[in-house]
Design a protein around this ligand. Structure first.
Ligand code: GLU
Length: 332
């Protein structure tokens, strides 16, 4: 029987990194060579057991260098490939862990396909002793070809765990178990015998999302302001002066900026900048309480600041109406 066909898109990241020293799990981001997708797959012989591969080179960078324009191009590449090669069962995207959750959530919001799209990263470079690269790539391939993954939105797989790209966030610099889906937990596990899902995402994604990548060429500027004791107006004013169309306030939990910052956000909102109140706690819902309604500001639901930024930027490509944008936050 023919093995299923999987498209593998390389973007770089630790998962694609090699250095000479097998004990280097620290300095490699600055000095490593990044493999392309064909090389990254070919060096893991066991991948042959599960699928055939269509390697698609895309980027070969640390994911701290991934840009919003890359998200758009990546989404276009996936959509184009899915259309031209309908026989492809699923997509595996090799990505650095630093921003994998951002790329993943963007794709979750714009891809018009129910084919499995699995982002996979690693915490130790491919050249390291006890690297997690091989098992993570194999887990991602197995997830991408599994029927249960169809229609679950964009997934992030690391450390034998399957997360929704909406919910997963990086929580630790070096630990292998860095990804967590705060509030509601992961979706399933990749075990030795099979893939086991325990949950499905309820929020809308991919085919049911209102955003369409064919209609988006550039994302409006949205910045994030991080609150701390004594924060003043400097950052907010600077972002507004730089042309921000939206600001995410990563406020003091449960979603309150410091007083001088708050005044600056009120001025920004009054001048037409869309302000979304989020929390620096990284989990938990920020509701649109009365004060936010009165100021024309929004609540971020339970998205973390970096994901709220993506949703707001996409929303602003469609509308400036705060009520309509709030509805997106409660649906996606
Ligand atoms: N894991 C990081 C990433 O997001 C660091 C790897 C690097 O910068 O080369 O890609």
């Amino acid at each position: 029987m023919n093995k299923p066909l999987v498209a593998v898109i390389g973007t770089g990241g630790t998962i694609s990194s090699v250095v000479d020293d097998s004990l280097d799990v620290l300095n490699y981001p600055d000095i490593s060579r990044k493999m392309n997708s064909a090389e990254a797959i070919a060096r893991i012989q066991e991948t042959e057991r599960f699928a055939q591969y269509v390697p698609l080179p895309f980027r070969a960078v640390g994911s701290s260098a991934i840009l919003p324009s890359d998200w758009i191009e990546l989404a276009q590449l996936i959509m184009r490939t899915a259309q031209e090669r309908p026989e492809i069962r699923g997509f595996v995207i090799l990505h650095g862990t630093a921003t994998i959750e951002e790329t993943g959530y963007f794709l979750n919001l714009v891809l018009k396909t129910d084919k499995p799209v699995v982002l996979v990263g690693a915490q130790r470079p491919a050249s390291a002793v006890s690297s997690d690269v091989n098992m993570n790539v194999l887990a991602a391939v197995r997830t991408a070809i599994d029927e249960q993954s169809i229609g679950k939105g964009v997934l992030i797989v690391l450390n034998d765990e399957i997360h929704s790209a909406r919910d997963a966030t990086k929580t630790s610099t070096y630990r292998l178990q860095t990804f967590r889906s705060h509030d509601f937990g992961l979706l399933g596990h990749v075990d030795g015998d099979r893939i086991e899902f325990y949950r499905s995402p309820v929020r809308k994604h991919t085919l049911e999302s209102p955003f369409d990548i064919s209609e988006i060429s550039v994302l409006p500027r949205v910045d994030i302001v991080y609150s701390y004791a004594g924060a003043d107006a400097t950052a907010v004013d600077a972002f507004v002066a730089a042309g921000a169309k939206g600001i995410i306030s990563a406020g003091l939990a449960p979603g309150i900026p410091a007083p001088l910052e708050r005044k600056a956000l009120e001025r920004a909102a009054a001048s037409g900048v869309l302000v979304v109140q989020c929390s620096r706690a990284g989990s938990g819902r920020v509701a649109r309480r009365q004060y936010l309604c009165d100021q024309g500001m929004l609540g971020s639901d339970n998205l973390n600041p970096q994901k709220a930024r993506i949703l707001l930027a996409l929303a602003l490509t469609k509308t400036n109406d705060p009520d309509k944008i709030q509805a997106f936050f409660e649906m996606l």
